[in-house]
Design a protein around this ligand. Structure first.
Ligand code: TXA
Ligand code: MG
Length: 326
């Protein structure tokens, strides 16, 4: 499988590939997505297979302009409209009531009567979506439960052998500039519920709406967003969080200026202590440290402000022991 750089020609080929039922990995501002036509049953099935994704975990529909939403959702509550005005295009996904005449494949929605939608904020993604001019589903382009990809090489490593070089493509738009997935907000009832923390901090959403937005912490009987599955976003190596220093058998993932030089393989999410920089580096550095087959990755305490909220959410999920997967 080859990686294609961004050129007019390659964007046209990628659009054609998707229109012909292929699957294309493309960059977004959050993480790389694995895109396919939202109405194409066969392509959707392949996306689930390629990712080894459980069939009950629905996909996000990506559109390039707000106009497209009319044919997909029944209605948008006033408060949710406020969110779209403020955060689209951007790392916000809204779960909305699905319009039965919509053309989004039932499997892509995991047969729910809702649909998740976002307008991504990356010029390459928007260009590609515009060329196709139809709704595109795009889950993160990684194997289910693993770390999301923030570089094209991550996609190649995870999915290269599972994609078809004659039908599919991997586009390289450089490193994603946010590094963490979108915030998923369920707006199907009177009060919004955050199903997945992400690129937009929960307090910013609360402030915008002037209410305290609820965050769904655990799995309910009916899984509202399987992306909230406890074990998720995880490297193969065990994680130890809020560590002060590495101990025997551990590699180190630091944050901020460190006085002591650690004697083990180590990475630093942001020497300057910049939380946005840490988000960009998170998945990439965890992938690198994962390759050392250490006993554990010890991770320094990460401040919870801004996108730090989502970083800590992912680290916590990644730290859950394999024996606890359900
Ligand atoms: O930033 C992102 O959102 C990236 C980029 C590529 O756009 N995409 C992404 O997709 O992270 P994925 O499939 O890895 O995560 C989608 C999340 C999952 O947690 C899924 O359960 C949830 O959205 N979701 C999708 N449709 C839903 C629905 N109808 N109701 C509740 N949750 C839904
Ligand atoms: Mg994902």
């Amino acid at each position: 499988m080859k990686i294609y750089n961004i050129s007019q020609k390659n964007l046209n080929s990628a659009a054609n590939s998707i229109l012909n039922g292929g699957v294309v990995a493309f960059p977004t501002e959050t993480v790389y997505g694995l895109g396919a036509l939202a109405s194409n049953n066969e392509a959707i099935n392949r996306v689930y297979e390629i990712k080894k994704r459980p069939k009950n975990n629905p996909l996000i529909v990506h559109i390039h302009s707000f106009k497209a939403i009319v044919s997909i959702v029944k209605y948008i509550p006033d408060y949710a409209y406020k969110l779209t005005e403020k955060f689209w295009p951007g790392p916000l996904t809204l779960v909305l009531p699905y319009k039965t005449s919509g053309k989004i494949n039932a499997r892509a929605r995991a047969n729910l009567d809702t649909v998740a939608i976002r307008i991504p904020n990356n010029p390459i993604t928007l260009k590609l979506l515009k060329k196709i001019n139809l709704p595109i589903i795009a889950p993160s382009a990684n194997l289910s439960q693993h770390l999301s990809p923030t570089k094209a090489t991550h996609v190649l490593k995870d999915l290269g052998s599972r994609l078809d070089p004659l039908k599919d493509m991997i586009l390289d738009g450089g490193e994603c500039n946010l590094g963490i997935e979108s915030t998923v907000v369920d707006v199907t009832s009177d009060v919004p519920i955050i199903l997945r923390l992400g690129g937009i901090n929960s307090s910013v959403i609360s402030k915008t709406l002037n209410i305290e937005v609820k965050i769904q912490k655990s799995l309910r009987e009916k899984m509202k967003s399987p992306g909230m599955m406890k074990k998720h976003y995880s490297p193969k190596t065990e994680l130890r969080l809020n560590a002060e220093m590495p101990i025997h058998g551990e590699v180190w993932l630091g944050f901020g200026k460190e006085i002591k030089k650690h004697d083990v393989k180590s990475k630093n999410l942001s020497v300057k202590g910049n939380i946005e920089e840490a988000a960009v580096n998170l998945y990439s550095m965890l992938r690198e440290l994962d390759e050392h087959m250490a006993q554990r990755i010890a991770v320094a305490k990460i401040p919870n402000q801004g996108i730090g909220e989502a970083i800590n959410d992912r680290l916590k999920r990644g730290a859950i022991k394999k024996s606890l997967i359900y």
